[in-house]
Write a protein that binds this ligand. Structure first.
Ligand code: ZN
Length: 318
């Protein structure tokens, strides 16, 4: 009995020593090491972090918003992988480096605004408000192109060169034409030929389908020349484009001012290749034959007006 008791004591002693040893070993490990994550990016080891969720949040935030206000979002190839490990306490973690590595593999998309004139990008601004201010500014100044100005949102990996609103307004402003436009079909000259002092060339070759003059209940203020849709229409003389767009029964219309109150009209076009304010030279293709507006087949309706009064084109051409 006594012998057995001694035996029991020995066993208890042994287990006590074992338990204490385990506690000491664990304490040493906990003192020297700490739980850490090793971080891999695209299969490559890039460092250690103690703060996995903090680092991942930082990366997520960067992907969402970038690091400047101009960045709309960031595309990165892939997310880092974390593997738990024990690391000596004195070993360095490098969250900043890991973040920079992931960031370097990303592509930032910038968001900004382009102010457009007939879908051509003319100026770039940072905010929507600035774009709207430019459009308002051109309206206030009654710029001739005010109805053709719009803006679009841009997402690009490149930053554009930005302009301030005043610079953009003065760059886009087009003064209204000086020549007054007389929109009366009956304001026609059927008298003697008015000298233009210009040598005109034919805008297209084709068959004359309707001549200038009074007809039936109305009048024909121009000359109709039939040609295939898409045929290039040439400017009859050099000048400045003072209208380019849709206008009622004319359909798509180009008006060129040649100075001294002389204007030529090119109507029913299928396409227009010039913009208001463009300087065009004689023979330059300005539009394409079509059948827009009040028209029954593809033809060019050509008008020659002097101070708004329609002249007979056949006094000069065809
Ligand atoms: Zn006509």
């Amino acid at each position: 009995m006594r012998k057995m008791l001694v035996h029991m004591r020995t066993i208890i002693k042994f287990f006590s020593i074992l338990a204490i040893s385990v506690i000491i070993i664990v304490a040493i490990i906990a003192f020297v090491y700490k739980p850490t994550y090793s971080v891999y990016y695209k299969g490559e080891f890039i460092g250690y972090t103690n703060d996995k969720s903090g680092l991942q949040n930082r990366i997520n935030e960067y992907i969402k918003n970038g690091d400047t206000d101009l960045v709309a979002f960031v595309q990165i190839d892939e997310l880092p992988e974390y593997k738990m490990c024990l690391l000596q306490k004195k070993a360095q973690t490098n969250d900043d480096e890991i973040f920079e590595k992931v960031k370097a593999s990303g592509t930032a998309y910038y968001k900004y605004y382009a102010v457009t004139e007939e879908s051509n990008e003319k100026a770039y601004v940072i905010s929507k408000e600035e774009a709207e201010k430019i459009i308002e500014g051109l309206k206030d100044k009654k710029s001739y192109n005010k109805d053709k100005i719009a803006y679009i949102e841009k997402y690009s990996t490149d930053l554009a060169e930005f302009t301030d609103t005043d610079t953009a307004i003065s760059k886009l402003y087009v003064a209204p034409p000086v020549v007054t436009y007389v929109n009366t079909s009956y304001d026609m000259n059927t008298g003697p030929k008015v000298e233009l002092g210009l040598n005109l060339i034919r805008p297209i070759s084709g068959i004359i389908t309707s001549r200038f003059g009074y007809r039936g209940s109305g009048s024909h203020t121009g000359l109709d020349i039939a040609a295939n849709t898409g045929t290039g229409v040439k400017a009859v003389a050099g000048g400045t484009v003072t209208y380019a767009g849709e206008r009622g029964s004319y359909g798509n219309l180009v008006v060129i001012s040649h100075g001294k109150g002389i204007q030529t009209y090119y109507a029913h076009c299928s396409a227009i290749y010039v913009s208001v304010g463009d300087k065009v030279s004689q023979g330059q293709i300005i539009s394409a034959v079509g059948s827009t507006g009040n028209s029954t087949g593809p033809h060019l309706h050509l008008e020659i007006r002097v101070n708004g009064v329609a002249q007979n084109p056949q006094n000069y051409l065809y």
